[in-house]
Ligand binder design. Structure first.
Ligand code: FAD
Ligand code: NAD
Length: 472
């Protein structure tokens, strides 16, 4: 039986990054990947590279260029008449990006000396792992001193809606449309609903988003959520809150949806329907319960703050454990576990994980939201700065949105930063770094920001915390 210092199960951003870091630290490492259920081919990179972050951002960028040309080029004096979208080329571009990156991981494994094993990992007693084929037959068994479970997550299903990946699709199907649907329904106004809804709306779909909750983006800061709802509405995204789907039926190549809103029973017919109601952890078939691994009622593996499970030598990271289901969180946990196994003392600060929604304008935040701080009775100071007052945003013609910084009223320590606007996904990095170093709003206010840049908005928002913004 082959023996490794570390066996990683799952090659998504949690697993592949952990495996590379283990190998860098001199640990003999293998990474088992079974491939995603939607394809026979086993590729590395997990949800993120194959059917998540990367393909969705490729389509978001393509559709952004299209919409920019269609709506905004004219104001720059650029005449782009009769523009059209070639969906096949757009999809080919996306697939090429995915292939480059996923084969890149295989190259990184080779370069770092990680043994890549195709198959499904199943835990056995005494830190052994069966490697199974798709039919569930054991192909080989390997053993380890440490195991890192990084099996990720899959789209959640809801009972009244049967995904057929043709008319009713999950996020994976929504990345693969071969034509722009005339009308598109989305169940769930979360991150995926907004991002993929935006892709197809920009290309011409009439998009209706049905959200069960009464609040839009309930986990975001209230001012950001309010602004986002206004701006998305203006773009034509029809977001219907408090809408619970009761029944769906595919007939005559259309999806008929019956749902209930505060106004009673409603119906809607669309060409395609995307189900985006969250994700569930992948623990089925992992053999966890059989070896005594603690798994909670929702399927998440129970871990402590260092990603240790209840079983000696077994760690778990990423979407399969508590915390936000984000690629960068998975990767940081993977690195930290590798370093812990190697005897180091790393840390992952789950209180300072940035969130980004790649709509346009983008939405990004880190730390606490104002409504939670208010509920806790915290004394806070809030400073905000609209992009309307930013010279660079004006030059770009991207004046929607604002930056909001929340600081402790007494110590001035930054508690949260919330951005809706152009480049929010990049701007948030400054806030994350500042918060990781325990910075005050004054620290950002005294830091020189280049002119003219969008980052000056961070400077101005920090000044606004102390009511001394200059350009407003
Ligand atoms: P995964 O990436 O899910 O990888 C787990 C891997 O384990 C998979 O390859 C799976 O096949 C494999 N596996 C499972 N069980 C076994 C087993 N028993 N044996 C062997 N292999 C197994 N996050 C962001 O931060 N930014 C984004 O922009 C973003 N966009 C997204 C867009 C979409 C459409 C989706 C669906 C998700 C997006 N996410 C984004 C979320 C991100 O993809 C996940 O948080 C991230 O992939 C989690 O990494 P992971 O390594 O924990 O799991
Ligand atoms: P989500 O949790 O972001 O949103 C799901 C939405 O569906 C919620 O608003 C929820 O209230 C609603 N919902 C749940 N059940 C419903 C029902 N029966 N009817 C109507 N609405 C219902 O989940 P998601 O959008 O599926 O994304 C899953 C996860 O993937 C995200 O939470 C995130 O962790 C990750 N992701 C991240 C990014 C990013 O970082 N930019 C992008 C995509 C996905």
């Amino acid at each position: 039986m082959d023996k490794y210092d570390v066996v990683v199960i799952g090659a998504g951003p949690g697993g592949y990054v952990a495996a590379i870091r283990c190998a860098q630290l001199g640990l003999k490492t293998a990474c088992i990947e079974r491939g995603l259920a939607t394809t026979d081919k086993v590729t590395l990179g997990g949800t993120c590279l194959n059917v998540g972050c990367i393909p969705s951002k490729a389509l978001l960028d393509s559709s952004h260029h299209y919409e920019h040309l269609a709506l905004h080029a004219k104001s720059h004096g650029i005449i782009a008449n009769n523009i059209s979208i070639d969906v096949a080329t757009m999809q080919k571009r996306k697939e090429k990006i995915v292939k480059t990156l996923t084969t890149g991981i295989a190259g990184l494994f080779k370069k770092n000396g990680v043994t890549s094993i195709e198959g499904s990992g199943k835990l056995q007693p005494n830190l052994n792992v069966d490697v199974c084929d798709r039919a569930g037959n054991v192909v080989t068994t390997i053993s380890a001193t440490n195991i890192i479970i990084a099996t990720g997550s899959a789209p959640a299903a809801i009972p009244p809606v049967a995904v057929d990946q043709q008319y009713i699709v999950d996020s994976t199907g929504a990345l693969n449309f071969d034509a722009v649907p005339e009308s598109l329904g989305v169940i769930g106004a979360g991150v995926i609903g907004l991002e993929l809804g935006s892709v197809w709306r920009r290309l011409g779909s009439k998009v209706v988003v049905l959200e069960a909750m009464p609040d839009f983006l309930g986990s975001a800061d209230k001012d950001i959520a309010k602004e986002a709802k206004k701006l998305f509405g203006r773009q034509g995204l029809d977001i219907r809150l408090e809408s619970t789907v009761r029944h769906t039926k595919v007939a005559n190549k259309k999806v008929e949806i019956s749902y209930e809103s505060s106004d009673g029973a409603q119906s809607l017919t669309v060409d395609k329907l995307i189900v985006a109601v969250g994700r569930v952890p992948n623990t089925l078939g992992l053999g966890g319960s059989e070896v005594g691994l603690n798994i909670d009622s929702r399927g998440f593996i129970t871990v402590d703050e260092n990603c240790r499970t209840n079983l000696e030598g077994i760690f778990a990271v990423g979407d399969v454990v508590r915390g936000p289901m984000l690629a960068h969180k998975a990767s940081e946990e993977g690195i930290a576990v590798a370093e812990r196994i190697a005897g180091q003392s790393p840390h992952v600060n789950l209180a300072i994980v940035p969130w980004v929604i790649y709509t346009w304008p983008e939405i990004a935040w880190v730390g606490e939201i104002e409504q939670d701080l208010a509920a806790q009775g915290r004394d806070i100071s809030v400073g905000s700065f609209p992009f309307m007052a930013s010279g660079r945003a004006r030059a770009m013609g991207e004046v929607d949105g604002f930056i909001k910084i929340i600081a402790d009223k007494h110590s001035d320590t930054i508690l949260g930063v919330h951005i809706i606007g152009p480049g929010a996904s990049e701007l948030i990095a400054e806030a994350v770094l500042a918060m990781e170093y325990g910075a005050s709003a004054e620290d950002i206010a005294r830091t020189i920001h280049a002119h003219p840049t969008l980052s000056e908005g961070m400077h101005e928002a920090a000044l606004a915390v102390d009511s001394r913004t200059i350009h407003l």
